[in-house]
Ligand binder design. Structure first.
Ligand SMILES: Nc1ncnc2c1ncn2[C@@H]1O[C@H](COP(=O)(O)OP(=O)(O)OP(=O)(O)O)[C@@H](O)[C@H]1O
Length: 319
């Protein structure tokens, strides 16, 4: 794998709205205390878990590597304290709601959720021992087409599952795709995701990491006839795949630190990203199917699962 030279940390999140707008307008109902549901697998007791190390800090919470003392089984435990702000709590409730509903080998599995009387929330998840695709890119460098085809196959299966259950992730990016040592890739972090109640629910809010947002999320009138959000996940996937191949955020020159306006212009009006000469025709076509500026021209997750880039490479992996 080639080394990534000029990789940089971008601040790609949109600024938060004024504090007056930050209170949830429709507070979500509180979930029941200590829950497991049909799609989650109960563990004996949260009290039997021992923290081993901090895996990372997210928006308002900390993720620990833990093990169950009786069985030595290792898990990841996300803990969000009760005194966090309303937006963070709203995000964690959304994540809990989605994790309770989902059961796919390509979506992070939740083993249980606990809520204490003081408001602390803990989500017990399967442990992914190789971190995220973002951390792998930083430590190992760019990915080969063969690896990317396999990654695309897995993420598309996850997205196809989510979309068929009317869930839009809205923050697909390398840092939200977890990996284990078997190179299994799973979609995580549902804090800004949306469950669509009706097919034509509007879905145009500015949430997620703005660099990976599709043109129609900035300008639904121009780029998103009947915009419903599913195609936005495909745009983000296209950018993610290209970033993992070239080693930097694809819509800007390597090393450029963009502000919000620069990013918006690059996404909505900039030239399509330059694709490297040595890229295969199949991969080139796959990226073009994801990065169509007009959302209705983008392929869906299930269509992309039959794209030659995914099918041909997954056939090679079987041999
Ligand atoms: N199931 C898991 N297995 C292994 N590591 C995990 C797991 N879940 C999260 N992590 C690690 O913990 C970090 C923080 O995760 P978390 O989902 O809280 O936030 P984030 O995605 O980094 O940020 P934010 O929620 O602000 O978007 C991740 O970047 C990842 O390195």
């Amino acid at each position: 794998m080639a080394l990534v030279r000029e990789r940089r940390q971008l601040n790609l999140r949109l600024p938060l709205p004024d504090s007056s707008e930050r209170r949830p307008r429709f507070p979500l109902p509180l979930p029941p205390t200590t829950t497991t549901t049909s799609s989650t697998t109960a563990v004996a007791s949260f009290a039997d878990l021992e923290k081993i190390q901090v895996l990372g800090h997210g928006n308002g919470g900390t993720v620990y590597k833990v093990h169950q003392k009786k069985t030595s089984t290792v898990y990841a435990l996300k803990v969000v304290h009760g005194d966090t702000d309303a937006i963070t709590r709203r995000q964690i409730f959304r994540e809990m709601e989605i994790l309770r509903r989902t059961d796919s080998p390509h979506v992070i599995h939740c083993h249980g959720i606990s809520e204490k009387p003081d408001g602390d929330i803990s989500i017990l998840m399967e442990y992914m021992d190789s971190g995220t695709l973002d951390s792998l890119l930083k430590s190992n460098g760019t990915f080969s087409e063969q690896n990317l085809s396999d990654i695309a196959f897995q993420v598309l299966n996850g997205l196809s599952y989510l979309h068929s259950h009317k869930i839009i992730h809205r923050d697909i990016k390398p840092a939200n795709l977890l990996v284990n040592s078997k190179m299994e890739v799973k979609i995580s972090d549902f804090g800004v995701s949306k469950i669509m109640c009706r097919t034509l629910d509007p879905c145009n809010s500015y949430v997620g990491t703005c660099a990976y947002m599709s043109p129609e999320r900035f300008d639904p009138e121009t780029y998103g006839q009947n915009y419903n959000g599913y195609a936005a996940d495909i745009w983000s996937l296209g950018l993610t795949m290209l970033e993992l191949y070239i080693g930097h955020f694809p819509l800007l020159p390597a090393g450029q630190r963009p502000d919000w306006a620069t990013l918006m212009c690059a996404i909505c009006f900039g030239e399509p990203p330059n694709l490297p000469d040595d890229m295969s025709l199949e991969f080139r076509s796959f990226i073009e199917c994801c990065l169509q500026r007009e959302s209705s021209k983008r392929w869906s997750a299930s269509q992309l699962l039959s794209h030659a880039f995914v099918v041909n490479h997954s056939k090679k992996s079987e041999n």
